[in-house]
Design a protein around this ligand. Structure first.
Ligand SMILES: Nc1ncnc2c1ncn2[C@@H]1O[C@H](COP(=O)(O)OP(=O)(O)O)[C@@H](O)[C@H]1O
Ligand SMILES: Nc1ccn([C@@H]2O[C@H](COP(=O)(O)O)[C@@H](O)[C@H]2O)c(=O)n1
Length: 202
């Protein structure tokens, strides 16, 4: 099994990169795990309390469960991946049955901050886009897809997102084997990652 970790700030293009990598690969050979699915269960909190959570701090992620699931996949076991709702700021009651595959891609802003999880990755990738580009993308995406408004995105950006990015996320670039510049779509970089995966699949 080849486990690839793809980190990078919010809006850098991690999900887009993963989709482009997976598109051309043989169906049934790759599985994708999103760190977002592993935000901690906050059912004990009210909606108003959940809104105030700092979702860009490592402690907001259930890394213990993510680590356990990756170990299980590596042992050839099937896992039940949680499903997260950005609208409710909480896990839903759904689960996605996820089978082990030859290639496992894990993507998320904070995945390279956790030493044990970092050690599980055979290839570590960091997707880079400038902060103004990321903020513009985040604004458009969160308003269109995550039930947010301009005020919510900008407040979160100033209060937690930007400081957490500088403190926790950007420094993990040093752990990356490959840094993908993604201010624009980068098909050459995607082809390089695909060829690394294809080598493993033969
Ligand atoms: N290179 C790019 N140029 C323009 N828009 C992009 C680019 N990459 C991603 N996007 C768009 O920006 C938004 C955030 O991208 P996404 O892949 O969800 O980022 P991440 O997973 O890192 O938060 C999405 O709406 C996506 O379509
Ligand atoms: N309830 C939540 C949970 C997380 N976020 C934000 O999501 C970002 C990480 O996801 P990406 O797909 O953008 O990498 C992170 O920056 C959190 O602020 C949220 O807004 N609401």
């Amino acid at each position: 099994m080849l486990i690839i970790g793809i980190a990078g700030g919010t809006g850098s293009g991690k999900t887009t990169v993963v989709n482009q990598i997976v598109q051309e690969l043989p169906e049934g050979e790759v599985t994708v795990i999103s760190q977002d699915s592993y935000y901690r269960d906050t059912s004990h909190l009210s909606y108003d309390e959940r809104v105030k959570i700092n979702f860009d701090h490592p402690k907001s992620i259930d890394f213990e469960l993510l680590c356990e699931h990756l170990e299980q996949l590596r042992r050839g076991e099937t896992i039940e991946q949680p499903v997260y709702s950005f609208v409710k700021h909480n896990r839903t009651s759904d689960k996605v049955i996820t089978h082990p595959r030859k290639v496992v891609i894990v993507e998320g802003i904070l995945i390279l901050t956790h030493p044990e999880i970092r050690d599980l990755f055979d290839v570590k990738i960091y997707v880079h886009a400038d902060s103004d580009e990321r903020l513009i993308r985040r604004l458009k995406r969160d308003i269109a897809e995550r039930g947010r408004d301009l005020e919510e995105v900008l407040t979160r950006y100033q209060t937690t997102l930007k400081p957490m990015h500088q403190q926790f996320i950007e420094p993990t670039k040093e752990y990356a084997d490959i840094i993908i510049p993604y201010n624009r779509y980068n098909t050459v970089a995607i082809d390089i990652v695909r060829s690394i995966i294809n080598e493993r699949l033969v």
